[in-house]
Write a new protein. Structure first.
Length: 381
């Protein structure tokens, strides 16, 4: 595949419209990449919904120009999606962008199609399959998945490159016709993790299991709660801690369900601006997700020296060498999750050695600087 500077835009300094769907967490997840792009001499304009004063100020500090845009992250709303498409198309013209760099499903689709309509090259980064592909039970979900499949095929046809965070997602796109040209597919190790920010911390002596996630069913929150409550009924030497915010998406956990878990002994920290204190007080990190790109929360816990329990599914399985830095369990299986928790609750030495192995795996595979350098190379930057 030719470098983008040969097929659109000029070599060297570029003007990039950087499109994402999650304004409140954008700096946390993409800040180091934006910083690297600016350091490389590129002009970076960032779009996302809910780019409020604090996030906008942080982006400006990084050297980027923020643009808050209307975007419904989930659901089928053709009018809203068309409005987003037109907004991105307008910003491509106003910023004189010569590259559209897109993250997550709707920016990947509509950002790419808007760029095509302007004759501008685009690159998409697939950070996970998303809700439309995880569970297609029911006519509405089936239709959402079908539409997403068709739209992704059109979008990737417009892309210069499609960058995946795990091989399972790449293979899914190719096998389901969502990426017709396999030569466009590129692979990076997730979003990486900042090893200077997330440093190893001493383990607590007790078994403390932590999950940090948006409170969505497809993140495995119910399985975590079910396994935790089962263990709490028969032993007093374990703690279970949940952190995250209630998500109003289709698969969100409601407040009544959450209150029931809290009343039964699960500790809830709410949404955290900084997860490091919570990880530091935990001895095992748990993410029973149904699918991910590469889970950033797991990488952060690994960098801080925590054993991992996660599911043997796309994205998650990439973070664990079974029996070395953690344990893999089937998705949607709270009994298997409870068994894995019991294994680590009973073996403090195993928690320690697995935590050390997690940190080493981060150093060799998930260093954010190396991941970003590779992503920029694939994007022709």
């Amino acid at each position: 595949m030719p470098r983008l500077s040969e097929s659109g835009g000029s070599a060297g300094r570029r003007t990039i419209l950087f499109n994402d769907s999650k304004g409140p967490t954008l700096v946390q997840f993409r800040g180091r990449l934006i910083e690297a792009l600016v350091a490389g001499g590129h002009r970076v304009h960032v779009t996302a919904p809910d780019l409020d004063g604090a996030i906008a100020k942080q982006l400006k500090t990084l050297g980027a120009e923020p643009h808050s845009v209307p975007l419904a992250r989930t659901g089928l709303n053709p009018i809203a999606d068309l409005h987003y498409f037109r907004t991105i198309r307008r910003l491509l013209r106003q910023t004189a962008a010569d590259l559209s760099l897109n993250f997550t499903i709707k920016p990947n689709i509509w950002g790419s199609l808007a760029a095509k309509s302007r004759g501008i090259p685009s690159v998409s980064v697939v950070t996970g399959l998303g809700y439309a592909f995880i569970d297609r039970a029911g006519a509405k979900r089936w239709l959402a998945g079908k539409m997403a499949n068709l739209l992704y095929r059109a979008a990737t046809a417009a892309n210069e490159a499609v960058i995946f965070q795990n091989p399972d997602d790449r293979n899914y796109f190719l096998s389901h016709g969502m990426l017709a040209n396999s030569n466009k597919a590129r692979l990076v190790n997730g979003s990486g993790v900042d090893l200077t920010h997330y440093r190893p911390r001493a383990l607590p002596p007790d078994a403390v299991f932590l999950m940090v996630s948006r409170l969505l069913g497809n993140k495995g929150v119910r399985e975590f709660a079910s396994a935790a409550l089962e263990l709490l009924q028969r032993r007093k030497d374990v703690r279970f801690v949940l952190a995250g915010f209630i998500d109003d998406g289709h698969d969100g956990i409601d407040s009544a369900e959450l209150e029931g878990w809290i009343a039964s002994g699960i500790e809830f920290l709410g949404n955290l601006d900084d997860v490091r204190p919570a990880i530091g007080q935990a001895s095992v990190f748990v993410l029973p997700s149904y699918a991910e790109g590469t889970p950033r929360s797991v990488l952060e816990a690994m960098a801080m020296g925590r054993a991992i329990i996660t599911t043997d599914v796309a994205g998650c399985r990439e973070t664990v060498i079974e029996g070395v830095n953690g344990l893999l369990v089937p998705a949607k299986d709270p009994a298997a999750l409870a068994e894995a928790m019991t294994t680590l609750a009973d073996q403090p030495d195993l928690r320690r050695t697995m935590g050390q192995a997690s940190t080493e795996l981060c150093r060799t595979k998930y260093n954010v600087n190396e991941v970003n350098a590779l992503l920029m190379e694939f994007a022709g930057l």
